[in-house]
Design a protein around this ligand. Sequence first.
Ligand SMILES: [Zn+2]
Length: 301
Amino acid sequence: MAIICHLKEHEFVYGKLENVAPGIRRLTARNPSVFTFHGTGTYVIGQGQVAVIDPGPLDSDHIQALIEGLSAETVTHILVTHCHLDHSPAARELKSHTGALTYGFGPHGQMTKGESESVEEGADLDFVPDVRCAHGDVINGLGWRVECVHTPGHTSNHLCFALDNPSALFTGDHIMAWSTTVVIPPDGNMTDYITSLKKLTRRTESTYWPTHGPPLREPLPYVHSLIRHRQERIQQIIQQLTRTPQTVPELVAALYQGLDTRLTGAAGRSTLASLIHLHDLGQVSCDSQPDLNSQFTLTHP
Ligand SMILES: [Zn+2]
C-alpha cells in the first residue's frame, strides 16, 4: 500500500483562541474521539471583522469561549465546510448571537434521520446555509478573501475554503494530516472523493488547515499519496474478488487486519463506498442495491 506520512503531533490548548498564522486563529473544542482526533478546530480569519469557519459542535463551553474570544470584534461571516455534528451545529447559536449569515454548499445530502444515527460522525440535518456557495464563488470580508472549492466525497456538500493571503486552504474533513477520511454511502461517494482529491492537485495553496489536527505544509505529495492509497485499496478489493464473491465484512476482515475495532464500522462503509465506485463502473455486480450485506462479484474475473 502507498505510504501515507500522517502527522499526529499537534500543538494546541483547549478553550483558547490561538494565533496559528498571520490572520488565522483557531479554537479547539473538547470533543476528542477516534473520528475527531483531539477535537474540532474552529478557525477565525481576519481581524476586527472576521469570519468563523466550522463553529463546531453544540458544546456550550466551546461556543462561550468563541464568543468571549471575539467579544471585541465583529463576526461578519460564518462558513461551514459540511454539516456533520462536529462542524456545523454551533452555527445556529453563533448566528443568533452575532447576526452573521451562514455560508455553505447546501443542507446535508441523501440521508434520513434513522440513517444518520448509524453514522459515527452524525449528520446535522437541520443546518441550511443562509447563502449557498457554488464552486468558484468568492466571499469577500474586510481584509480577507476566500474562494469556495467544492470537494464532494466525504459528504456531497463538502466545501474547502481557499484564503489568498496568507496562502491557505481550510480543508474541513476532506484532507486531514493525522488520518484518512471516512467516506460513508449513500451521501459519501468514493468516485467523487477521488475526483475531489485530484482537484486539489491543480491548486497552489501552500498550507492546509484541516478542521481536526495539525496543519499540512507543502501538501501536494500528501494529496498524491492519498490518491494512490485509495486506488490501491480498490485494486486490493478487485484481487480479493477474483478468488470468490464476498461481502463487505469478509473484505474488511481480509484487508484491514489489526484494525482498531472502534474503526471496523467506518472501514466497512469505506469499503462499501469503493464497491459502489466499482459497481458504477460496471466492474462488480451484486444481487440487489449494493449494501453492507450484499455479495459482490467481479463482472469480468
Ligand atoms: Zn465530517
